[in-house]
Design a protein around this ligand. Structure first.
Ligand SMILES: [Zn+2]
Length: 228
């Protein structure tokens, strides 16, 4: 894992290929994930302290283990997995939540740190933070998903999301908004909405690595004029 800049940041757009994730009419989760990842990729690419990589190409399917492998091969210092939430039972559920690697893992504390910056940024943009502060832990007991608020920091052997458990660096999975909620769709899934989310993630990544968000690449050296 790279400890000095440029930091490799692995961006994982949820789902892909035949797996389009949750859907609402002709709005597909995977498209919003990819759109947000593209915007965040551009922001990171323009800062000399970062080297963004994608865990998969747009439009392609990819297994969780191959995504984690890609991040590892690229020596990622951080992985951000971007998803949209969906509630089949009611269109009222809304807001933001994110899932750092749970307690007791090598990168738990660092994962919590980046989650904190992201949730704070979303709150500052007026997004509703679900639970106490938008940070939760997810566990699987068989097929059943158990979600607890981050205050419940008991160490559990139950596994969390595969991408978090398999990648060898700090990692957070975000649920950007509910695509089953009209207001969330309006604010967080459009071009502007995805850009706003990407800006929040970018600022949080800069805070986490203590990097100036305004830093620009060195201008290329001017051509030397030869005077004959
Ligand atoms: Zn998803």
């Amino acid at each position: 894992m790279q400890q000095t800049p440029p930091y490799t940041v692995a961006l994982d757009a949820g789902h892909g290929g035949f797996d389009t994730g949750a859907g609402c009419g002709n709005l597909h989760e995977v498209d919003i994930c990819e759109k947000t990842v593209d915007k965040l990729f551009t922001l990171l690419e323009n800062n000399p302290s970062f080297c963004p990589v994608k865990t998969r190409e747009n439009g392609e399917g990819c297994s969780i283990s191959d995504r984690a492998k890609k991040a590892g091969e690229e020596k990622a210092s951080l992985l951000l997995s971007i998803h949209m939430n969906y509630d089949p039972s009611t269109s009222q559920s809304h807001g933001f939540e994110c899932f750092p690697l749970p307690p007791g893992r090598t990168w738990s504390d660092k994962s919590m740190e980046i989650a904190h910056w992201i949730a704070e940024g979303m709150g500052n943009e007026g997004h509703r933070l679900r639970g106490n502060n938008g940070i939760r832990f997810a566990y699987y007991s068989g097929k059943r998903k158990i979600i607890v608020d981050a205050e419940d920091n008991k160490e559990r052997t139950l596994k969390s999301f595969g991408i978090l458990e398999q990648v060898a660096c700090p990692a957070v999975l975000v649920e950007q908004c509910f695509i089953s909620n009209a207001n969330d769709r309006k604010n967080w899934t459009t071009e502007e909405g995805c850009q706003k989310a990407a800006n929040v993630y970018y600022t949080a990544i800069c805070q986490y690595f203590r990097v100036d968000p305004q830093a620009k690449p060195e201008p290329s050296s001017p051509l030397i004029q030869e005077n004959w």
